[in-house]
Design a protein around this ligand. Structure first.
Ligand SMILES: [Zn+2]
Length: 266
């Protein structure tokens, strides 16, 4: 074996070690997103149920039981730390000091561009509150779940918004300078937009992949949020400018969700 060959081997080994170190440190976004070409851990992470000021994990009663189909579906997932300026703590009182009692809702979104581009935005420091933005999780076109903000934190997914549910209009004002929103009790999940619609503002597009619907149903099964508290950004938006997730098919989604969970009837 020649000396040159040995040095070349050493070079490759060192390069590999450096690349692995970068990936582990999660400093390089393309390394962090290498799930597209790698085998990613498929075991479900331990995800805590969303809790609010009045509902804690210990006192909350499960509304659904999971099925064998849920147990058998093993979505690929990864977790990426985003910049702390883009999320915060959930408030226990509103701007007037009144205690908050909202049960959690889910708000669905789409990225409008690539998942990578959305993640890059969330990883960027935004000192100006008007630019701060995040989702709790997003689901890439191949169904990979990307965890971004912990469930018990407040993601900034829908400014100027309200949820109209069985108990009326729900919206929470936490900042005197901003319109009230659902962010304090929302779990924001975004679907990566199909490639044909990246950067386009058409009201419809080719829709989401089968893997995205399955991974979304699997993820929402973990939340235990009831069907009637699953909304779209368009549903809760009050600015008149949000129409996402475009071309989302609830008729396709709910049967998958219901194959993963069933209501517990007493
Ligand atoms: Zn949205």
């Amino acid at each position: 074996m020649s000396k040159v060959f040995k040095y070349r081997q050493l070079f490759f080994v060192l390069t590999a070690v450096i690349l692995i170190a970068i990936a582990i440190n999660n400093q390089d976004i393309s390394s962090a997103l290498s799930y597209r070409s790698q085998t990613v851990e498929t075991a479900a992470p331990k995800v805590e149920f969303l809790s609010t000021s009045t509902e804690t994990v210990t006192t909350r009663t499960a509304k659904h039981k999971t099925t064998l189909a849920f147990e058998q579906y093993k979505p690929r997932y990864t977790a990426i730390a985003i910049h702390p300026s883009n999320y915060g703590d959930r408030y226990t009182v509103d701007v007037n000091g009144d205690a908050l009692y909202n049960s959690p809702i889910v708000v669905l979104h789409e990225t409008t561009n690539s998942a990578l581009s959305a993640i890059n935005t969330f990883r960027t420091s935004h000192p100006n509150a008007r630019n701060q933005v995040s989702y709790h999780a997003l689901i890439a076109l191949d169904g990979t779940i990307v965890y971004l903000v912990a469930w018990d934190k407040r993601a900034f997914g829908a400014g100027n918004s309200a949820f109209v549910g069985a108990s009326g209009v729900e919206t929470v004002k936490t900042n005197p300078n901003f319109a009230s929103s659902v962010n304090n009790f929302a779990y924001h999940v975004s679907l990566e937009t199909p490639v044909d619609a990246w950067g386009k503002s058409n009201r419809t597009h080719s829709g989401y992949t089968e893997s995205q619907y399955k991974s979304l149903a699997w993820l929402l099964t973990l939340t235990d949020v009831p069907d009637n508290r699953i909304a779209t950004h368009q549903n809760v938006d009050r600015s008149g400018s949000r129409f996402d997730p475009r071309s989302f098919d609830f008729d396709k989604f709910f049967p998958i969700l219901h194959s993963y969970r069933q209501p517990i009837t007493n």
